[in-house]
Design a protein around this ligand. Structure first.
Ligand code: COA
Length: 143
């Protein structure tokens, strides 16, 4: 597996990125929304193998205090080969100097992040646009 890393937005095919999230799977994200949210993210990384997009992730950050890691996905053909770990390590290197790096995992993926040094927060809370769906998918616990 010969991976080429890039953080260049100009080279991204947003339809390909949308397809990557669909198949990973990490949900339905429209090409237009992805162009917006990646464009507004301080850090991002894209993994290509022979020109094909096989991994992506991004970080919303303020440059000093908080960084929020999200939209991490590896193509199923490439999962389980260390690509996700390499991607997180690259993003963490970009976040160096921030006082906290925060994420919430898809249920079942917590161990992946624990291996990379993340620890569970006791007081993390969120308001989701689709609050009922977030309960259903296991992101929220009842008060
Ligand atoms: C989660 C995901 C990014 C991991 O990427 P990956 O390339 O398959 O993972 P890696 O091969 O780099 O795994 C790194 C380590 O984490 C472990 N790991 C991977 N998935 C795990 C899981 N669900 N639970 C516990 N450990 C896990 C691996 O066994 C490996 O352990 P090792 O260091 O002892 O060898 C990938 O499976 C994926 O894209 N899944 C679908 C989308 C998704 O759920 N994204 C996460 C959003 S929070």
């Amino acid at each position: 597996m010969s991976i080429v890393w890039s953080d260049d937005l100009a080279g991204v095919d947003w339809d390909d990125l949308s397809a990557l999230y669909r198949i990973a799977p990490l949900g339905t994200k429209t090409p237009a929304d992805l162009a917006l949210v990646f464009g507004n993210s301080m850090f991002r990384t894209f993994a290509y193998e022979q020109g094909r997009l096989v991994g992506a992730g991004r970080v919303l950050a303020d440059g000093r205090d908080c960084a929020y890691l999200c939209d991490v996905a590896v193509h199923p053909d490439h999962q389980g080969r260390g690509l996700g770990r390499d991607m997180i390590e690259r993003l963490l290197a970009r976040c160096r100097g921030h006082r906290k790096i925060i994420l919430y995992a898809v249920p079942g993926k917590e161990g992946f992040y624990e291996r990379l040094g993340f620890r569970r927060m006791t007081t993390a809370m969120a308001i989701f646009e689709d609050q009922a769906g977030a309960y259903g998918r296991g992101y929220l616990t009842a008060p």
